[in-house]
Design a protein around this ligand. Structure first.
Ligand code: AMP
Length: 291
């Protein structure tokens, strides 16, 4: 695996790959890798001739009050994991390389970016779309791989790719969970043992939603109320949002008469965790989701 820190070097590598008619697959991450990231890497390896993974903790997508400085980092471990997966190139630029003095430009996907997580993290998705478009321009992937864990992010990026006529495909892969059901996240490392246990309230509330839905409940409000009641019984948990929304615009639905996303963000102590499931009106919960 070759590690590249310079945009010019990364571009030169991509140019060479394209000259050899090799397809380029790309997995953007913020590092501190876990099985969720590695599931994307494995799919990328299967689908593309060359696999590029980026590790970049993007300052633009953190508000001043958020955890940019504290965000977990372990480049040596990440590098070993990626080598083990047979990754071809790791792109790991410094902030100054991505945002040099005088940097000004941003890209925004209007509307979608203000819903769900956008409400409590203003500017977050603008930071995400801006960095991901820059990374796409540098890596020129034929396909890029994202996790359903960040469902809103995946939807926004798909919209950006469509709206801006990018010549590439976005693939969204299922949420990878720990054995007890907690969605893997680099931020789980912030949780002490008591909080780690309390965090299962996210999983349990999604399981409750699925149970009610499967028993025939179609009023979104009833399911949301039951989820909120369940979460509020956990003393370490504080709800940011619990919503049932449509899959295109992320608008809340009243009656579940089409496929929906059940999405939530909950603080466990100081750590904000997100999770979601898709509930399909016909058939089983989508993409093998198990909670
Ligand atoms: P991050 O490093 O948190 O920016 O995540 C990088 C990519 O990994 C994003 O596309 C995430 O959606 C994806 N990802 C994070 N956690 C998981 C998970 N538990 N299962 C599947 N994909 C994930």
């Amino acid at each position: 695996m070759r590690t590249l820190t310079r945009i010019a070097e990364m571009k030169a590598v991509v140019k060479e790959l394209k000259a050899q008619s090799k397809s380029v697959g790309f997995v953007p991450t913020m590092g501190f890798l876990h099985e969720g990231h590695l599931s994307l890497v494995r799919e990328c390896r299967k689908s593309a001739d060359a696999t590029v993974v980026s590790i970049f903790v993007n300052p633009l997508q953190f508000s001043p009050k958020e955890d940019f400085e504290d965000y977990p980092r372990d480049l040596d471990r990440d590098r070993r994991l990626l080598e083990g997966e047979g990754v071809d190139f790791l792109f790991h630029p410094e902030s100054e390389e991505m945002y040099p003095e005088g940097y000004r430009t941003a890209v925004e996907v209007g509307g979608l970016q203000d819903k769900l997580c956008g409400r409590s993290r203003p500017g977050h998705f603008k930071g995400v779309t801006t960095v991901v478009l820059k990374l796409f321009n540098i890596v020129q992937p034929d396909m890029a791989f994202f996790g359903q864990k960040d469902a809103q992010q995946a939807l926004i990026l798909k919209k950006m790719v469509r709206d801006l006529n990018l010549d590439m495909e976005i693939r969204v892969l299922p949420i990878i969970r720990d054995q007890d059901g907690l969605a893997l996240s680099s931020r789980n490392t912030y949780l002490n043992p008591e909080e780690r246990q309390a965090a299962l309230v996210l999983t349990r509330s999604l399981a409750q939603a699925k149970l009610m839905f499967e028993a025939g409940e179609r009023t979104a409000g009833s399911i949301v109320t039951a989820m909120k009641n369940l979460i509020s019984r956990e003393p370490l948990a504080r709800i940011d949002y619990v919503e049932i929304v449509d899959l295109d615009e992320l608008n809340p639905v009243e009656m579940i008469d089409r496929d929906v996303l059940v999405a939530l963000a909950v603080y466990i102590g100081k750590t904000r965790l997100i999770d979601n499931i898709i509930m399909e009106v016909k058939g089983e919960a989508k993409r093998g989701e198990q909670v």
